[in-house]
Design a protein around this ligand. Sequence first.
Ligand code: IMP
Length: 212
Amino acid sequence: MSHRKLEPGRLVVASHNKGKIREINELLAPFGFDVVSAGDLDLPEPEETGTTFEANAELKARAAAEASGLPSLADDSGFCVAALGGDPGIYSARWAGPDKDFAMAMRNVEEKLQEKGAVSADQRRGSFVAVLALVWPDGHLEQFRGEVEGEVVWPPCGEKGFGYDPIFRPDGHERTFGEMTSEEKHGWSRTEPALSHRARAFQMFARACLEG
Ligand code: IMP
């Protein structure tokens, strides 16, 4: 499949989530874009009315591209717990409430796992999902999905990262995302495979739209 290349220049990161904007900026850094966030441009935050990560990523990127006249990159992501039927999933941000209280959201995940009697490692499987959508002002869309599998741990470990990072330990690692530096969490260079869901989606995006 052929992808449209994104030429260097101004790029809007269509997010108001500081943790996410920081990570996307880190991942974009080697490519020399002039990055602005939707918040910097005072763009309104569209309501996430989609029922999939793909739909929500697209609507955020489309809204920012239309409002700014610039290519716009959005990430819709979430934490999916198998024993909870994939919850909180696309509602990951909403589980933290208006105060963005992720200590509460993580407790809620653990309480629900306890109610299910999920104590063994195989009953506590979880994954992070990130879908990146890139929309040009003419409406062209490119989309990429990254996932990382692991275990939901309790109590939360580590103060780094954001959101649900302290209760997620990716497979093959001894520490949670909350205990990793962002370099370790991305686990990404141009030659190595990525670790985090966002870096995995980003690696696909970079190969398809930025390189070559
Ligand atoms: P969105 O802004 O609707 O995509 O919300 C995504 C939510 O999923 C965030 O607010 C976090 O709660 C959670 N999330 C997504 N990616 C990560 C991550 O890398 N670490 C921890 N939590 C994440």
